[in-house]
Write a protein that binds this ligand. Structure first.
Ligand code: DC
Length: 224
């Protein structure tokens, strides 16, 4: 069984997907963190985002896997734990550019399909229901108004020490820039799959969002 969740930045996908995975006892894959890890790898190896040949070589030698520990799911890139690095401002500022590169997308789609091939899972991202798994058993598209998304993102950034609480306007601007880039790129832009169920999370608690998804899945799950 494949459950796809797409939606813009800070719409609540990750928190919901983690809760749903737990409730349904299925595997969770955060595909955004995979694009973040590649961005981290390119920057730390000083590979230009325009240097297609070096990006191709980098991808061919790439080893990327999720790890599970008491602290939660982590990401291991070429034997290095990059979980903490991939949420930094530098990565957030560059990840849209990297995720717009066709060879990067083709590579990611391939490994995401492999990862999901032998397990019931929930994948969250921007193109899961449209490109990676157009035949997913369940598709959800999560939205929330821009201000609420910026407020949620600011709380995370204040917690991690990256921003201070007065920076809502700049966080909102960053979010708008990233949404625009993700929605207007040539390859697999962020769009709602025609058959996805829209969940507007602006006025919902996280538990309400999780329940909505879990109930939708459970109503039909007996068929799978
Ligand atoms: O979910 P996130 O904010 O961590 O994702 C980081 C970036 O990765 C996002 O700006 C767009 C890109 N992304 C993508 O292009 N396709 C996906 N399936 C997931 C993320």
């Amino acid at each position: 069984m494949i459950v796809a969740i797409d939606g813009p930045a800070a719409s609540g996908k990750s928190t919901a997907a983690i809760g749903v995975a737990k409730a349904l006892n299925i595997t969770h894959f955060d595909t955004g963190s995979m694009y973040r890890a590649v961005t981290h790898g390119l920057i730390s190896n000083q590979i230009s985002f325009k240097d297609t040949k070096s990006i191709k070589d980098f991808l061919e030698s790439l080893k990327l896997r999720f790890s599970n520990s008491k602290k939660g799911t982590g990401l291991i890139l070429n034997d290095n734990n990059v979980t903490d690095f991939i949420r930094s401002n530098t990565i957030s500022e560059n990840v849209s550019e990297v995720s717009a590169i066709k060879i990067v997308r083709d590579f990611m789609v391939k490994i995401q399909r492999q990862m999901a091939s032998d397990t019931d899972c929930i994948l969250e991202g921007r193109d899961i229901g449209t490109v990676v798994f157009p035949n997913a058993d369940f598709k959800f598209f999560m939205t929330a108004d821009e201000k609420s998304r910026a407020e949620r993102r600011l709380i995370e950034l204040v917690r991690s020490g990256d921003r201070n609480a007065s920076e809502l306007d700049s966080v909102l601007d960053d979010l708008k820039v990233r949404d625009h880039k993700d929605s207007t790129r040539n390859h697999a832009p962020l769009i709602k799959a025609k058959d996805a169920l829209v969940i507007d999370t602006t006025y919902l608690t996280i538990n309400e969002v999780i329940d909505k998804i879990v109930n939708t899945v459970n109503q039909k799950r007996t068929l799978y």
